[in-house]
Design a protein around this ligand. Structure first.
Ligand code: HEM
Length: 123
């Protein structure tokens, strides 16, 4: 059996570094930064570590129903979802992930769009 991306890239320690870089870049971003201004960041980073681990075949997992519940209040537009997608992809590349593997992670990310994007969101 081949190793999961999660295992190949060093498990939780490596994923934590990716999450750290991801959130620094999100918070700095004019378009999607404002979503995260009032969020308890340590908690969010803990959740996102589990989430990105899941996208990479790691142990933790969030159901689509859970994702829908926690994001509904933010009314996230398709454009903001796209922006987040692009930021994550560039972070993964910068963290040294192979292009093929980045594509696999991003396809897992994109698959969650129906749970995250609010069709009535702005733009
Ligand atoms: C595939 C895409 C995404 C996934 C899988 C994801 C996953 C998650 C998870 C697991 C949490 C923590 C849930 C919990 O507290 O139990 C979370 C929280 C959050 N997400 Fe996302 N997210 C995604 C996209 C986005 C996007 C595009 C935005 C905004 C541009 C966003 C904004 C937030 C915010 C603001 C929170 C904080 C909730 C809180 O703890 O108060 N997410 N997300």
């Amino acid at each position: 059996m081949s190793a999961t991306l999660f295992e190949r890239y060093g498990g939780f320690a490596a994923v934590s570094k990716i999450v750290m870089a991801f959130y620094e870049r999100l918070l700095d971003d004019d378009q999607v930064g404002p979503y995260f201004e009032d969020v308890d960041l340590p908690r969010l980073m803990d959740h996102q570590t589990k989430f990105i681990s899941t996208l990479m075949g790691g142990p933790a997992s969030f159901s689509d129903e859970h994702l829908r519940r926690v994001h509904a209040q933010y009314r996230i537009s398709a454009a903001d979802f796209e922006r987040t997608n692009d930021i994550l992809a560039s972070v993964l590349l910068d963290c040294g992930m192979d292009e093929d593997d980045v594509e696999r992670v991003m396809s897992e990310f994109g698959r969650r769009a129906p749970s995250i994007v609010d069709p009535a969101g702005d733009a």
